[in-house]
Design a protein around this ligand. Structure first.
Ligand code: FAS
Ligand code: PHB
Length: 390
């Protein structure tokens, strides 16, 4: 098969970048390892920055989002029984976020791609990338057959565990990483949310998050030690622990219900640099991972897609190789600022097993400073709603 850009992965990074390229008349083929049904039901992120919503509107893929998305003007930080509202109209006037599941974003983008009749090959695993310095070839396996995709650029949008980054010689990239000593146990249930906005709760027992997908569907998370297994957490244990970590007034409003989905995700901060190697661009989790405490994973992938499509269009139309390096530099500036915010929120809100007494005092002081300082809350608000997409 022959195309301009071969995109590995049909997650947000792959689907958004493909749509932006198609809009510019650039030919693409998306190869996706998993089956269509699996991709369409995967439960992940839930909060969209304004720039992500604007990108989806720009693509003409936001009509359901505009109907069903929940516009939120703030969220709550809880430190024990003390609650602190991060109020966007006061702190970052005119800015807001939209609560709309990543599952729905992916559904909308797959429908958008298929309606355009553009190639999206499910159950097609990229197993090698050849000739990156020249005209690349992506070698795929599909129904026991080998499929070769010849192209001019490869977008590695295949997530943290994907092929693209690992196909590079180790000396080609520098990685930076923190593995946190805990993960998030997430439950999705058809019960009304306990609060009208998201609640990020820090308690002596650990972190908890009250999120939602609609007025009838809630998404809850609790911090669990790294290595915990789902079988260690029967549903009744989850609900009891969730309530113990929330302020009493919010805990009283938690409604239980059977889990539609349950999963444990490890938390890590990770960056691979540069994000352009020869004719391969890395986008989204293939290049960087943030702990979900800042609600940034999906939004960073969307920002990478915006920058990568812009660079690819310049390169493919005018042979502008410098644009490809500019992609890496521009994307990484946003990536590192977002890594900082996600790391800061994770340190602020989680129980760390091995804090020194001084570090524990620093965490207490940080929490009381956020509660007391308009400036501190402004910093959190301007990062949460999303940094400008230049
Ligand atoms: P994705 O991982 O979404 O997509 C990569 C795609 O590439 C997948 O469909 C995969 O099947 C495919 N692929 C992999 N290898 C391939 C190969 N060799 N050939 C072809 N295809 C291949 N972020 C938040 O903000 N909030 C959250 O609550 C949150 N929860 C998460 C829970 C889990 C379990 C995980 C793993 C991530 C979570 N994230 C969360 C982060 C998540 O939203 C990512 O940031 C987002 O999916 C990144 O999108 P992509 O970069 O497109 O990668
Ligand atoms: C979610 O609803 O899945 C969600 C919301 C906010 C986060 C992380 C996850 O920070």
């Amino acid at each position: 098969m022959q195309t301009d850009v071969c995109i590995i992965g049909a997650g947000p990074a792959g689907l958004i970048s493909a749509a932006l390229l198609a809009q510019a008349g650039i030919e693409t083929i998306i190869v996706e390892h998993r089956a269509r049904d699996y991709v369409l039901q995967r439960v992940r992120a839930g909060v969209l920055e304004q720039s992500t919503v604007e990108t989806l509107r720009h693509l003409g893929a936001a009509s359901r989002l505009d109907r069903e998305g929940l516009v939120h003007e703030g969220f709550v930080l809880a430190f024990g029984e003390t609650t602190v509202r991060i109020a966007f109209p006061d702190l970052v006037p005119g800015r807001h976020v939209t609560v709309y599941g990543q599952t729905e974003v992916v559904r909308d983008l797959v429908a958008h791609r298929e309606a355009a009749g553009l190639p999206l090959l499910f159950e097609t695993e990229a197993v090698a990338i050849e000739n990156l310095d020249g005209s690349p070839r992506v070698v795929c396996r599909r129904a026991g057959e080998t499929v070769l995709v010849s192209c001019r650029l490869v977008f590695g949008c295949d997530g943290f565990h994907g092929l693209a980054r690992r196909a590079l010689p180790p000396e080609a990239i520098k990685t930076s990483e923190i593995a946190y000593p805990f993960g998030w146990l997430g439950v999705l249930a058809d019960v009304p949310p306990a609060h009208e906005e998201l609640v990020y709760a820090a308690s002596d027992r650990g972190f908890a998050l009250c999120s939602m997908r609609s007025s009838t569907r809630s998404r809850y998370y609790i911090q669990v030690p790294a290595g915990e297994r789902l079988e260690d957490w029967p549903e009744e244990r989850f609900w009891a622990e969730l309530r113990r970590r929330l302020p009493a007034e919010i805990a009283a409003r938690v409604r239980e219900g059977p889990a539609i989905e349950r999963s444990i995700a490890p938390l890590r901060s990770f960056v691979a640099e540069p994000m352009r190697i020869a004719h391969l661009l890395l986008l989204g989790d293939a290049a960087h991972v943030v702990p979900p405490t800042g609600a940034k994973g999906l939004n960073l992938a969307a920002a990478d897609a915006w920058y990568a499509a812009r660079a690819a269009i310049k390169f493919l139309r005018a042979g502008d190789e410098a644009a490809l390096d500019a992609y890496s530099a521009t994307a990484l500036t946003r990536v590192w600022r977002t890594e900082r915010f996600s790391w800061m929120m994770t340190k602020l809100m989680h129980t760390f097993p091995d804090l020194t007494p001084f570090e524990a005092k620093m965490q207490d002081a940080e929490r009381s400073y956020v509660a007391a300082s308009h400036a501190a809350r402004t910093v959190i608000a301007e990062n949460y709603v999303g940094l400008p997409l230049d």
